[in-house]
Design a protein around this ligand. Structure first.
Ligand code: PMP
Length: 450
């Protein structure tokens, strides 16, 4: 009854805004890829709390590790040494290539990106930072400046969000969002979009060079990029695009930062980190979300050289790398290995993409299917000829219908036109088939109603 009262009052502004469900699912329990609401209805979770629950809700071994640590020691601050932090940082470092071996632990992705910004500026002595359109790098006042999507900004002073006021230093890449009309969206096909309208690969690279030549200052501190844009709608870059950007950034004295908050920890299947598919080696890697399977954690990993510039100051973080976080993080890494989580991400993700591509060929309103592993975007359009984004009310209709049939998915993209599939990486082929059947029915019914 109490739950019903709360539900009626809609008294949680965060829930209401973020879920955009007419009636948000009132979730109270989870196990692996499943969630249950207060009425006992079961949902297949294909959004994982925004790509965060990496190995499964309340994964038994991760839970056990957390409980064990909770009984022993919760907190010390990083003033003291304690075994879990040493075990954990060593284990995490073993997943990163040389010379990325110095680790700073934080509590979130925004905090990690804030720290990376500071490191880059201290190390290079430069100030300006480059990000791409459609990017999401955080919701703290600083990282909001890096984030491009205006939906996540606030109208302050005389501008929209902090880009124009607190962070006039942020420049944008040459393209705008996940819609193939104005961005080099790459799909599982090679051309850059499912319908083949996109420019040839070298034209994108040419555009990138042109933007750097005309709009980017001669000295910069850093370049932030997600290896695949997450909130932007599983946007992929044209071949060698990121590699060329890294080169242009380094020519201007900047450091290259891979924001692996969504793409890390095996989510893209083929590699442990997203940057590994781009044939680049970042100077700084930031991570969060999947690192803790839902436990609030984040990290910045960098080189000894960059850490030395940063180490001249005093860096203090009360909760970053607390013993419980380290025990959880360590257990997540073990589970990814023991359960074959990354391999499963590739296996089930590839299957899902193939099946979704069949639906794309079947339905006029599915414009594009893209992604890697279990980081998938399904871009919805009014029709394939116009490529106009499917309007929000239509998106919501399908979104709601899929939920009513027992599957939770996400939404994203610059125009809110992309469904996002980023489940706990333990989902099975049966789950994939269940979702495909649900999604097919929901699109079919939607088309019938029109
Ligand atoms: N970077 C990326 C790529 C993200 O997707 C997010 C969160 N959506 C962040 C940074 C910020 O992470 P947090 O919400 O943990 O601060």
């Amino acid at each position: 009854e109490r739950m019903m009262q709360i539900r009626k009052q809609n008294c949680n502004p965060m829930t209401m805004k973020v879920t955009s469900y007419k009636t948000p699912a009132f979730i109270h329990q989870g196990h692996m890829q499943w969630l249950w609401d207060v009425d006992g209805k079961r949902y297949l979770d294909l959004f994982a709390g925004v790509a965060t629950v990496s190995v499964g809700h309340c994964h038994p071994r991760v839970t056990e590790a957390a409980v064990d640590q909770l009984k022993r020691l919760w907190h010390t601050t990083n003033i003291y040494a304690y075994p879990p932090i040493h075990e954990y940082t060593e284990k995490l470092a073993s997943h990163l290539p040389d010379p990325l071996k110095v680790i700073y632990l934080t509590n979130s992705g925004s905090e990690a990106n804030d720290l990376a910004m500071l490191m880059a500026r201290l190390h290079t002595g430069n100030y300006d930072i480059i990000t791409f359109r459609g990017s999401y790098h955080g919701g703290s006042p600083q990282t909001m400046g890096l984030t491009s999507n205006s939906a996540y900004k606030y109208p302050i002073a005389n501008g929209l969000g902090c880009t124009n006021t607190m962070c006039p230093d942020v420049f944008r890449g040459p393209w705008g969002g996940s819609h193939c009309r104005d961005s080099p969206v790459q799909t599982i096909r090679d051309c850059g979009c499912a319908q083949g309208h996109c420019m040839a690969n070298d034209q994108y690279i040419g555009q990138l060079k042109e933007t750097f030549a005309t709009s980017v200052p001669s000295r910069i501190a850093a370049f932030f990029a997600e290896p695949i844009q997450g909130v932007g709608g599983a946007v992929q870059y044209p071949k060698n695009y990121l590699k060329e950007a890294y080169k242009l950034v380094r020519e201007r004295g900047g450091v290259c930062i891979a924001d692996e908050v969504q793409t890390g920890f095996g989510r893209t299947g083929g590699h442990f980190w997203g940057f590994q598919s781009h044939d680049v080696l970042p100077d700084i890697v930031t991570m969060a979300k999947g690192i803790g399977n839902g436990f609030p954690m984040g990290a910045v990993v960098t080189t000894a050289e960059i850490a030395a510039s940063f180490g001249k100051g005093v860096h203090f973080n009360t909760f970053g790398g607390n013993p419980v976080a380290c025990a959880v993080g360590s257990s997540v890494l073990d589970v990814i290995k023991e359960d074959g989580t990354q391999e499963n991400s590739l296996h089930v993700g590839t299957y899902l993409m193939t099946e979704l591509a069949k639906l794309r060929d079947k339905y006029e309103i599915i414009g594009d299917v893209r992604g890697k592993g279990l980081m998938i975007g399904v871009e919805m359009v009014k029709d394939k000829a116009s490529r106009d984004p499917l309007p929000p009310d239509a998106m919501n209709e399908i979104f709601e219908d899929v939920k009513d049939m027992g599957v939770l998915i996400g939404k994203g993209g610059v125009y809110g036109q992309t469904f996002r599939i980023k489940p706990p990486m333990c989902i099975t082929m049966d789950d994939a088939n269940f979702f495909i059947a649900v999604f097919n029915k929901s699109i079919h019914d939607f088309m019938e109603r029109r």
